[in-house]
Design a protein around this ligand. Structure first.
Ligand code: GLU
Length: 486
């Protein structure tokens, strides 16, 4: 137990991870919005840490803010985590030995702890109104001091408390009594040794005046009751940790090892926003990003992986080491996400890509062409809509030609396309024999041969291998497109 003027040191650090038998990590979202890149990465790292050590990964829903917590958000958070493949071993939907896993259902635990802290004089009811508190904070700020509770209700006698309680009704906020001159230390898994002074904290609220637990309290108590050994969370929580050490120590509960992850910034160093293409996971999914692309991108935002190829969740876990988590801000670069999307598309089974392609493609591509179509266009896909472009180019008469392609067709001679038509009509063979014959007649080769053909047949100057497309575009269509150049 801590005493005023002392040192409360919670030792730990990465070295102890290897000696602990069971690692339990958790993701503790508040269901007040969608899963974004930042909290998805937090969930991923917590899941990887547990998976690497064959420990357990928990999902706890922090829904103490009743007004902003919505079941729909909880459902979409879970759907996004499942889509990423981050399955939890214990959680509100599947239970577990330390449930319930929704804070709104854990009131009895908190109530018992409030009573204990109050009986021991470690917490006291506070009757200050929000207006009084705000007025005092404003005065402190004006005097250049950090705003913290000035201790108005700290020394009320039992009789005074009872008298005020009768006046105020039963609900009051409860504050933890913070001992003065205490040095609070802990070893952060990411940032190394951290030192805080209790004098900078002030007595803080552990139960709000509406009876709900404060975030600091419920979060710390639940980690302890759920046996969480390692807490990975955003750097914005680091100033909460000394308060949580005080709560846990006052209750004699075990303290997890905390690791505060760096922020994710845009490539330009500014906080992530829509401008950086930083969308919610749900939006990325709807846009057509594959989960393994998002996972590989997120895993590398703040943790280096020597391996440059696409890694599975198990491979990411095997190479995951908390000591490699970087304390410097990570930079989200949309180009890097697109890189991982291309890697994921290259590695995916063709049937999976077929399912991923949109309805327009499904309607246009004949059954027998499905596999060769996917094989041909795969290197040119980033999103499902790109597949639709190629399906239209191959299977419909409309060619959405780019200006460069039109210019390339104009630049090639009418004689070139005339010769191509001639070869085509006397020829039923594959692309190679067609181009060999055309080469002989026209004397062109290399780009001078292939550019005008690609421009006329596909309407662009870049795209899938022409030989593959040749097999898919109906011969009559090929004839018409070559004739357009004459
Ligand atoms: N509910 C908190 C949040 O979403 C959890 C913080 C933590 O992981 O400890 O920020």
């Amino acid at each position: 137990m801590y005493e005023a003027g002392n040192r409360l040191s919670v030792s730990g650090g990465y070295a102890t991870i290897t000696t602990m038998s069971i690692i339990r990590t958790r993701f503790a979202p508040s269901p007040t919005g969608d899963l974004h890149l930042g909290n998805a990465r937090t969930a991923l790292y917590a899941a990887l840490l547990a998976r690497a050590a064959e420990g357990a990964f928990l999902l706890r829903i922090e829904d103490t803010d009743a007004a902003r917590s919505l079941p729909a958000h909880e459902a979409s958070l879970m759907a996004d985590l499942r889509w990423l493949g981050l399955n939890w071993d214990e959680g509100p939907d599947r239970g577990g030995p330390h449930g319930p896993y929704r804070q709104s259902e854990r009131e009895p635990y908190y109530t018992e702890f409030y009573a204990r802290l109050e009986a021991e004089g470690r917490a006291y009811p506070c009757f200050c109104t929000e207006e009084e508190l705000e007025r005092r904070r404003a005065l402190q700020r004006a005097a250049g001091q950090p705003p913290r509770y000035s201790g108005t209700c700290a020394a009320l006698s039992r009789a005074e408390i009872e008298a005020r309680q009768t006046q105020a009704g039963t609900l009051t906020s409860l504050r933890l009594r913070v001992p003065p001159r205490l040095t609070l230390e802990f070893a952060d898994l990411v940032r190394g040794p951290q030192v805080f002074r209790s004098d900078d904290l002030g007595d803080f609220v552990i139960r709000r005046s509406d009876g709900s637990p404060s975030f600091l309290f419920a979060n710390a108590v639940d980690d302890a009751l759920m046996g969480v050994t390692h807490v990975l969370r955003g750097a914005d929580h680091i100033s909460n940790t000394p308060r949580q050490l005080l709560i846990l120590t006052a209750l004699g509960l075990s303290v997890p090892q905390y690791g505060h992850l760096s922020l994710i910034l845009g490539a330009d160093g500014a906080p992530l926003s829509k401008r950086h293409g930083a969308r919610s996971l749900g939006e990325l999914r709807k846009t057509g990003y594959l989960p393994e692309a998002v996972l590989n991108h997120l895993a590398r935002l703040g943790h280096p992986y020597g391996e440059t190829g696409l890694l599975s969740l198990d491979q990411l876990a095997a190479a995951f080491m908390p000591k490699h988590l970087g304390a410097a801000p990570a930079h989200h670069d949309e180009g890097a996400l697109r890189h991982w999307q291309r890697e994921a598309l290259a590695a995916a089974d063709w049937t999976r890509l077929w399912e991923w392609l949109p309805a327009e493609v499904h309607a246009l591509v004949p059954k027998a062409d499905r596999e060769p179509f996917v094989t041909a266009v795969r290197p040119n896909l980033l999103l499902p809509s790109d597949g639709a472009y190629w399906a239209r180019a191959i299977y419909t008469e409309n060619l959405e030609s780019t200006a460069e392609a039109r210019a390339a067709v104009t630049a090639a001679s009418a004689a070139f396309y005339g010769a191509a038509l001639e070869v085509l009509s006397g020829h039923g063979g594959d692309f190679k024999s067609f181009t060999e014959a055309l080469k002989k007649i026209t004397g062109t080769r290399g780009p001078a041969l292939f550019h005008p053909l690609r421009a006329a047949l596909t309407g662009t100057l870049a795209g899938p291998e022409l030989a593959r497309l040749w097999k898919l575009i109906p011969t009559e269509q090929i004839r018409q497109r070559l004739a357009a150049g004459t």
